[in-house]
Design a protein around this ligand. Structure first.
Ligand code: HEM
Length: 259
């Protein structure tokens, strides 16, 4: 049995794998959020960023493969550890003692994690594979091009994507669950790595709470700004007018009102 097999076969090894892949995924989630916040700059910023990533395969593909490996290892260790814990304790504790000391977040980690995973599958179909039958908008986002550069218009795609209220709501629920998952997961990660003691414990707890709240606010601000404040709507309508004849921008263009 080689080293990797023995790490995988021990519960402690799997906890380490879950903690380290969780840390990697947290870094991705933070970086992706910062990249996405360019949505609050003029459209060219996020479009240029998306174009750079898509045309730099030497960054894109190693990152994608690394991400996929982390997701597979994180989910596989979570599911097997949870099954092992259940098997070791087949009888539920009597009365309410089961709930003592365990927050809702900690008791629903597997569930929140699997729902976030289902969201990621939808999100990849929505914005990366750009499958038009699941976007609810009634047209293909792949046809949105930035007027100046001719690059795929990620900014307009995000606006059109979140203008569908039930899609925006699904994103909000998903990033809410992601935040709850991270709030517990970040603190648990330090514990698994043996870095949590009575001095650092409260600081780690405070960091986990602050980071998960910041992740929620950062991600949620995008669908909320589109849905509630109609952020980017005028621009996206103009871009959409190029492909959808009855879009608001198209009507204005016919009347000679829009540039
Ligand atoms: C408001 C929320 C979000 C927005 C606006 C957003 C935006 C985007 C966009 C535009 C892309 C496609 C980039 C491209 O192919 O050009 C993308 C890809 C992706 N997003 Fe998000 N995202 C959001 C939330 C999330 C969350 C919460 C996660 C993970 C938990 C996530 C994970 C990913 C992944 C894994 C990819 C694929 C990267 C790749 O391989 O190309 N996103 N996102």
């Amino acid at each position: 049995m080689n080293l990797l097999q023995s790490i995988w076969r021990s519960s402690l090894g799997k906890k380490y794998i879950m903690a380290l892949t969780g840390a990697g995924l947290f870094l991705f989630v933070t970086g992706h959020m910062v990249g996405n916040l360019q949505f609050f700059l003029p459209p060219e910023a996020i479009n240029r960023y998306g174009h750079f990533l898509k045309t730099t395969p030497e960054i894109l593909w190693p990152a994608r493969i690394g991400l996929l490996a982390m997701v597979v290892l994180h989910v596989a260790s979570a599911v097997t550890l949870s099954a092992q814990n259940k098997a070791a304790r087949p009888q539920p504790y009597a009365g309410k003692t089961k709930d003592l000391g365990a927050s809702i977040a900690s008791r629903t980690m597997l569930m929140s994690g699997l729902i976030v995973l289902a969201f990621i599958v939808y999100h990849l179909l929505h914005f990366t594979a750009v499958v038009d039958s699941i976007n609810g908008a009634g047209f293909d986002f792949d046809e949105l091009y930035e007027p100046n550069s001719g690059h795929p218009d990620i900014y307009a795609m995000i606006v059109c994507g979140f203008s569908v209220w039930y899609v925006a709501l699904f994103y909000l629920v998903a990033v809410g669950l992601l935040s709850v998952h991270l709030g517990h997961g970040l603190a648990a990660m330090f514990q698994s790595l043996g870095l949590k003691d009575h001095v650092w414990g409260p600081r780690i707890g405070a960091f986990a709470k602050a980071a998960s709240l910041a992740i929620f606010i950062g991600y949620a601000s995008i669908p909320v700004s589109v849905l509630v404040f109609r952020h980017g709507k005028a621009y996206a309508d103009r871009v959409k007018a190029g492909i959808v004849p009855d879009a608001p921008g198209a009507v204005k263009a016919l009347k000679g009102g829009a540039k």
